[in-house]
Design a protein. Structure first.
Lengths: 114, 111
């Protein structure tokens, strides 16, 4: 089955700890994205990557970091500098980063920081 | 200018009725307008999309109406079913390839 996997589905952390969210795709897509979803705010872009070893900040990158060492993997680290990290995090990929390329989403990871 | 404004925030429709969700944008550089459907605890999935060179696109019970001069577009769900209950997001994509999402509409279809 081709698709995007995110793990874990639920993640709990104490304030002040860094945490890494996993995202893997076997669609052979070049572009990958991380979004944050909060109630009533839609999806907001955190980081995106058009190709391996390259990534750019999205609209809300502060307190987050990413890496893209392999085409199929795009992990997101939520650092202790992120002031309000509790949210639903969604990873997506597209064939390339062209306007009409469909973005396919993973099932998401719900992060709770207390 | 990069915003997409979506309304209503929530919508309750009787089974068999028409669900209508509206979106407005400012940036005339947007040239692709997809709608995504998201069920609770899942990631969004593409439902239907339109380009600004057409005024309407229909796929089954789902129709996008597009008004380029007013910079507005809407999703119509005909014969709404309880299985359509989900959150719907409009979005816009510019030449840079990044999606700008609306705030989302939580649709509930009552049997």
């Amino acid at each position: 089955d081709g698709g995007i996997t995110q793990s874990p589905k639920y993640l709990f952390r104490k304030e002040g700890q860094n945490v890494t969210l996993s995202c893997e795709q076997n669609l052979n897509h070049d572009a990958m994205y991380w979004y944050r979803q909060d109630p009533g705010q839609g999806l907001r872009l955190i980081y995106y990557s058009q190709i391996v070893n390259d990534f750019q900040k999205g609209d809300i990158a502060e307190g987050y970091s990413v890496s893209r060492e392999k085409k199929e993997s795009f992990p997101l680290t939520v650092t202790s500098a992120q002031k309000n990290p509790t949210a639903f995090y969604l990873c997506a990929s597209s064939l390339q980063q062209r306007p009409h390329d469909e973005q396919y989403f993973g099932p998401g990871t719900r992060l709770t920081v207390t | 200018q990069q915003q997409v404004k979506q309304s209503p925030q929530s919508l309750i429709v009787q089974k068999g009725g028409i669900s209508i969700i509206n979106c407005a944008y400012e940036n005339t550089a947007f040239d692709y307008f997809p709608w995504y459907q998201q069920f609770p605890g899942k990631g969004p999935a593409l439902l239907i999309a339109i380009r600004p060179d057409v005024s309407e696109k229909k796929e089954g019970r789902f129709t996008i109406s597009f008004n380029k001069s007013a910079k507005q577009f809407s999703l119509h769900i005909m014969d709404s079913q309880p299985g359509d209950s989900a959150t719907y997001f409009c979005a816009a994509n510019n030449q840079g390839g990044k999606l700008i999402f609306g705030q989302g509409t939580e649709l509930s279809v009552k049997p």
